[in-house]
Design a protein around this ligand. Structure first.
Ligand SMILES: NC(=[NH2+])NCCC[C@H](N)C(=O)O
Ligand SMILES: [Mn+2]
Ligand SMILES: [Mn+2]
Length: 300
């Protein structure tokens, strides 16, 4: 089933401290995303980038969350844009920016889905709060925020309620979790396929289980939040927080192909592409190739 896709760029780097990830949307566009997806989709439009209010970096005394105000503002803008795209019956395809943008994406999606599933493809859990975060970087918090856990400036974006349920989340590729994140995963019963499971079961079985798991939950929509650092840094070097021993390029293609075959996705985002840390736009090119598979590209 061919989709009507609307691209939204989010040139945001305030959720972490390494500069350059704000150029991610441009890098993905230069890697030829529209050309690649044109023949795979019903229609595709590029809505350009959303407004990022203040780019000033602040560490206000009241909170240890870095650039809290600016991240919250950008998230509000993104949430309304995603909401608008869905209201037009189209598939939101969001380009980051650091992973804090998922707060806005999911807040916008939650206006349309009350039992949404989320696939979090990532080396990290992004389940920190101001209290558990080792860094104060908001890109390590978006999944917790979407569960309604954390600073109220962030959890109230798009309405003061949890946007997703813990049992509707599947994390794939985890290999770096902070202590507080481990506690939250156990407490909330979040489904996680760590690198151990991927090694042991193989990606095909992992994706089969992940898809079956979300189907059993009767989700009314499924969002893919793909952090490029979920992949091994050899395949995706242009990321701010690389972790060795990640998912391979091939395994990732298979994962995307299986999601396409299952036809369960209603939105997607690709985040953490940092062109300054990249090698000849390799990571953006990998992201675009994965999108090819995600929207049905076949060799024969
Ligand atoms: N989206 C990401 N790359 N997140 C990395 C988070 C790293 C670490 N767990 C932190 O909270 O600071
Ligand atoms: Mn990550
Ligand atoms: Mn992440």
């Amino acid at each position: 089933m061919k989709k009507d896709i609307s691209i939204i760029g989010v040139p945001m780097d305030l959720g972490q401290t390494r500069r350059g990830v704000d150029m991610g949307p441009s890098a993905i566009r230069y890697a030829g995303v529209v050309e690649r997806l044109e023949n795979l989709t019903q229609t595709i439009e590029d809505l350009g980038d959303i407004e990022i209010g203040s780019r000033e970096r602040t560490t206000t005394g009241e909170s240890n969350l870095k650039n809290l105000k600016a991240v919250a503002e950008a998230s509000e803008n993104l949430a309304s844009k995603v909401d608008e795209v869905l209201s037009n019956g189209r598939f939101p395809l969001v380009f980051g920016g650091d992973h804090s943008i998922a707060i806005g994406t999911i807040a916008g999606l939650a206006k349309h889905y009350s039992n949404m599933g989320v696939i979090w493809y990532d080396a990290h859990g992004d389940l920190n709060t101001g209290e558990t975060s080792p860094s104060g970087n908001i890109h390590g918090m978006p999944l917790a925020v979407s569960l309604g856990i954390g600073d109220s400036t962030l959890t109230k974006i798009g309405g003061d309620h949890a946007k997703i349920r813990p049992e509707n989340i599947v994390i794939i590729g985890a290999r770096s979790l902070d202590e507080g994140e481990k506690v939250l995963i156990k407490e909330k019963g979040i489904k996680v396929f760590t690198m151990h499971e991927i090694d042991r079961m193989g990606m095909a079985a992992v994706m089969e289980e992940a898809i079956a798991y979300l189907r059993e939950r009767d989700t009314d929509g499924v969002h893919l939040s793909l952090d490029l650092d979920g992949l091994d840094p050899h395949d995706a070097p242009g990321v701010g927080t690389p972790v060795l021993g990640g998912i391979s390029y091939r395994e990732s293609h298979l994962a995307m192909e299986m999601l396409e075959e299952a036809n369960i996705l209603t939105s997607a985002e690709f985040v953490e592409v940092n062109p300054i840390l990249d090698e000849r736009n390799k990571t953006a090119t990998v992201a675009v190739a994965l999108m090819g598979s995600l929207f049905g590209e076949k060799l024969l």
